[in-house]
Design a binder for this molecule. Sequence first.
Ligand code: BTN
Length: 259
Amino acid sequence: MQIPQLRQEAFADSPFPVQVLRETDSTNDALKRMCHAPHGTALVTGRQTKGRGRLGRSFSSPEGGVYLSVLLKPNAPASELLHLTAMAAVAVRRAIIDCCGVTPEIKWTNDLVYGGRKLCGILTELVRKDGALCAILGIGVNCNTEAACFPQEVRKIAVSLREITGRLIDPNDLARCMVRRLFEMDAALLTEKKAWMAEYAAACVTVGKPVRVISGTERSPAFAEGIDENGALLVRWENGETAAITTGEVSVRGMNGYI
Ligand code: BTN
């Protein structure tokens, strides 16, 4: 079956200016090359040749996915934007619900998962251009991606909207919903943080579960007790002490062991 393609005309009435690219290396890198562009400029493509993920990893970006980055120029220092990725996860989750009625969970810190498998990843990068702070929010959603298109190691942990719904999803609808919800997020960024973070915590599959906090080769068992106002994961170690984890990787015990 023919996978529907992204079309520039679909974004004519978008609240942020959107450019559709047939293919690019990475929408985050492409936006970094155009930091002079206006606040809210978004790039979207159906194929990346050098998609990047968190922690310096690559992000497999085969045909069928929706890869979107938006450039924000927030009127606040980086220290007041610690919750940005978490709010983006809430925005994209809302967009997926709007677009096809699928309700993903959030796996701390920035993955959307469904049935314990990864549906979406988010990479936030902050860069300074001529003294001004630019935030590049990059989002990759497995929209119509066929399992066979992922590398072997990704295949068993990834899921697509197509697989969940049993039908092809129009990537234009999904990307439009994403841009609309990111626009809403941008307006709420500094004023409605509390409500958005409460929504994050309620949707977060990591909270209330035994976890392993991964640091280098070490895996430390803990219990995830909550999310703070900046999106840090509040954990209790086995010795009863507590910590706020702000970065790195945490695996959570799910139906099939730790994910
Ligand atoms: C992760 O899961 O580690 C984050 C993945 C982020 C992927 C998106 S796809 C759009 C944007 N361009 C990139 O190269 N990365 C982000």
